[in-house]
Design a protein around this ligand. Sequence first.
Ligand code: AMP
Length: 464
Amino acid sequence: MSFESLGLAPEILRAVADQGYTEPTPIQAQAIPVVLQGRDIMAGAQTGTGKTAGFTLPLLHRLAAHASTSTSPARHPVRALILTPTRELAAQVEESVRTYGKYLPLKATVIYGGVNMNPQTEALRTGVDIVVATPGRLLDHVQQKSINLSRVEFLVLDEADRMLDMGFLPDLKRIMDLLPKQRQSLLFSATFAEEIKRLSDSLLRDPILIEVARRNTAAETVTQIAYHVDQERKRELLAHLIKSQDLRQVLVFTRTKHGADRLAHQLDRDGIRSDAIHGDKTQPQRTKALSDFKEGVVRVLVATDVAARGIDIDQLPHVFNFEMPNSPEDYVHRIGRTGRAGSQGDAISLVSGEEMRMLGEIERLIKREIPKEVVAGFEPGTASSSTDSTRDRAPRGRERAPQRRPEIPPAAERHAQRAPSEGLPKPAANNHHQKQPMGHAASHGKRPQRQVAALLGGLKKKDS
Ligand code: AMP
């Protein structure tokens, strides 16, 4: 299918062509015609599927059909409101709106907290057609009367599940009360929990349901693996994997802000340029960390779940779960940071014994098993009794050497050399590990997990 066949305005097609997109992604192919018809949609689509263009392109088309050239806010009301859970996502969606709308006479602005309100108020005063906003700051503007939502024709809730997770439901309800009943509404969510269905019932009129990835499944293009390792050796293993595989752009998730700071600091000391992004950082700090990471100035970005929402980096190849998330749904969001728009990605979880139960819950949610392996030299039970994973037990200024220095082959090779599955959980049915040839390892027959580790970590070493 081509973009041309979707019936979008020539100005939009030109902007899409400028981006180098040749054909619509599945969510775009399904959503665009329905939105152009004026129908409400409830779409189950994860980040990375191209969902932003899926709603932005038809929205721009419909807005452009009746664009106003006036700069007077009175004759130039806010006609489209796009709500996102985080500042980063809001900024990125607005960037997409600008990118795809660059040949159209439409104006957009972004509104989020953590920065001075005045420039936002100023932008609103000049009259904008499209507002991308986080709920809290939007309500601040409502209170200050710097925005009027009574003429909104289109509402988009992006990552609605995350907005509910973040406790935005009361804010959303207040915002809905300010919108005209007669409007077109589009709801996007990675997961369809019961609360999302309730929200959609109150928000959408006779919606068309669109689902591109199976409900609650992890992105198909992401290769998932879990390394069983003692909690206190995780940092060492992470540094080792990054260095030995020469990983360049690595997003690492921790559970807490403090943990994120500490890990970034320690990796930095290990000679791996790292920064942290979380809710206690100021907006300029978050923006800087993200842009340094995108530009390759910083090799590792350590993030908490909330802060990582909306991080959109083309072909982000590696996501690590340094700690397993608090909820299985967060795992789906985390690994959605990689393998975007059809590119391949690795999601690597460092799982301690205590976290194995959480891994099981995740597998139940995504309905597939995640291959579990042990890296030679990092076998569980080989650590000292410390329980603090990110505490640096190394002599100052020196990396603590692993007991053995295993050579981990690069990711692609590693997949090819994966050991046979006897004694290991069966890899996920559509996990591309499985599609890889097993290589020479396939002929080894039954092996206990430790030996599998040896295969992985020390392929050159003697191979029983
Ligand atoms: P999203 O799911 O909206 O966050 O988009 C994920 C990434 O896919 C973004 O970096 C987009 O630039 C890219 N993208 C969106 N649509 C297409 C397309 N039709 N072809 C190729 N890449 C796309």
